[in-house]
Write a protein that binds this ligand. Structure first.
Ligand code: HGY
Ligand code: MN
Ligand code: MN
Length: 407
């Protein structure tokens, strides 16, 4: 292996202690104190590796190693250090710290590259606290307006920009599109394909589109006792029937189509009161934009139909999303040849999870590298992986980055 597995594992284990949860995961919501701690730790390591750190107005962190042609668009590699609530210790961290290990390896071996190399920690990849997901990379790529990101509010009403300033990561470098020589991201697969097929590396050639909606259904609050059933406008019944209908939509569209209701809130949430106000989220994904449009139509129809039955008012709000994107063939080829150099078994695939690579792909040749995680499980404290898989992924990233930095 080109990389130093022990040093890589040490950094991963130290990072996993930031925001560590009792269940073995991490709780590092974007712009939280734990996120700040992770950023500070990464900044110290970048400094230790002699990298020049640049922070932009979205808090995206770029740790830069000079290249022979220092004005050439950089070869980038990175991922994110924020997590979902009680998430896993590999989601995101693996890609940022593998990029750091790749640069440390270039330093050890005194390898100079034609292009400068930049390690990236993107702000707010996950999205649950401040939707939409992939926010920092989305603003960087010009897909999300800076002002709408700044005004995003969390469930407590805190504003994104105030939290960004509070943790001291509102940089002054503009967060606007600039030429990217290439972007590679190592990530756990977060799905069952590699594990079930016993394949060591996934050469990711594209990424699903995803749509996030928030549906609110309003009925009439009333007494659970004396109110006859035919006189009720029960928001919870309407929402429950709508959610059950949403569950049937993927089966009508495509075997790989997915839809999830992850957030749910109702009021007044009292045992003897008919609920009058329910809000739930819908997350749906696929590689075909036509099917995403079809799904949205079916979801809206189901919502209107069930609202009609209970005589409810509804509101369907767009919370964010991104279109399906095929990655660059050259970048994927660099990853594939890195696997061949090391004799790692590999297969092409698309990602059903969202990643910052989706937006990096708008600015330059991009590809991702997947490695298996235990039972394909992620976004939970049980997220785990075999360290040999982490090392292989890191090695492929280092080799692929070297190829792209000299391309
Ligand atoms: O939702 C996603 O797919 C990503 O993990 N944010
Ligand atoms: Mn991730
Ligand atoms: Mn994630």
């Amino acid at each position: 292996m080109l990389i130093n597995p022990d040093r890589f594992r040490q950094s991963m284990e130290e990072m996993a202690r930031v925001g560590a949860t009792k269940g073995g995961g991490v709780n590092r919501l974007t712009l939280s104190d734990a996120d700040k701690q992770a950023r500070d730790l990464f900044a110290g390591w970048a400094d230790g590796a002699g990298l020049e750190l640049r922070i932009d107005e979205m808090g995206n962190m770029f740790a830069r190693r000079a290249g022979r042609e220092n004005d050439a668009p950089p070869a980038m590699a990175g991922s994110h250090l924020d997590s979902v609530p009680n998430g896993g210790r590999f989601d995101g961290s693996l890609g940022v710290l593998a990029a750091l290990e790749a640069v440390r390896t270039l330093n050890d071996k005194n390898i100079s590259t034609r292009r400068p190399v930049e390690i990236v920690n993107w702000t707010n990849e996950e999205g649950p606290r401040f939707p939409p997901s992939m926010m920092g990379s989305g603003v960087f790529a010009g897909a999300i307006p800076l002002e709408s990101a700044y005004e995003a509010k969390d469930a407590e009403g805190a504003r994104f920009i105030d939290e960004l300033e509070r943790i001291g990561y509102r940089g002054d470098a503009p967060c606007t599109p600039r030429p990217v020589g290439s972007y590679l991201e190592l990530h756990i697969e977060q799905g069952p394909a590699l594990v079930s097929e016993g394949v060591q590396v996934g050469v990711v050639e594209g990424i699903f589109g995803l749509t996030w909606l928030r549906v609110t259904m309003k009925g009439e609050r009333d007494h659970a006792g004396p109110t006859p059933m035919h006189m009720r406008r029960d928001a919870l019944v309407g929402a429950a029937r709508t959610i059950a209908a949403i569950r049937e939509i993927p089966g009508k569209l495509h075997p790989e189509f997915v839809a999830t209701v992850g957030e749910f809130s109702l009021s007044p949430n009292a045992i003897n009161v008919i609920p009058d106000d329910v809000t739930f989220s819908v997350d749906f994904r696929h590689s075909d934009p036509d099917l995403l449009r079809e799904a949205r139509k079916l979801i809206e129809e189901a919502t209107h139909r069930e609202a009609e039955k209970e005589n409810l008012e509804i509101e369907i709000q767009d919370v964010g999303g991104s279109t399906p994107t095929a990655f660059d063939a050259n970048a994927a080829r660099a990853v594939r040849s890195a696997c061949e150099e090391s004799g790692y078994s590999h297969r092409s695939m698309w990602s059903a999870a969202g990643h910052d690579a989706r937006y990096a792909a708008d600015l330059g040749p991009t590809a991702m590298i997947f490695v298996p995680c235990v039972a394909g499980k992620s976004h939970s404290e049980e997220e785990d992986m075999d360290w040999e898989d982490a090392y292989r992924g890191c090695d492929v990233l280092a080799r692929g980055l070297l190829k792209m930095a000299d391309s």
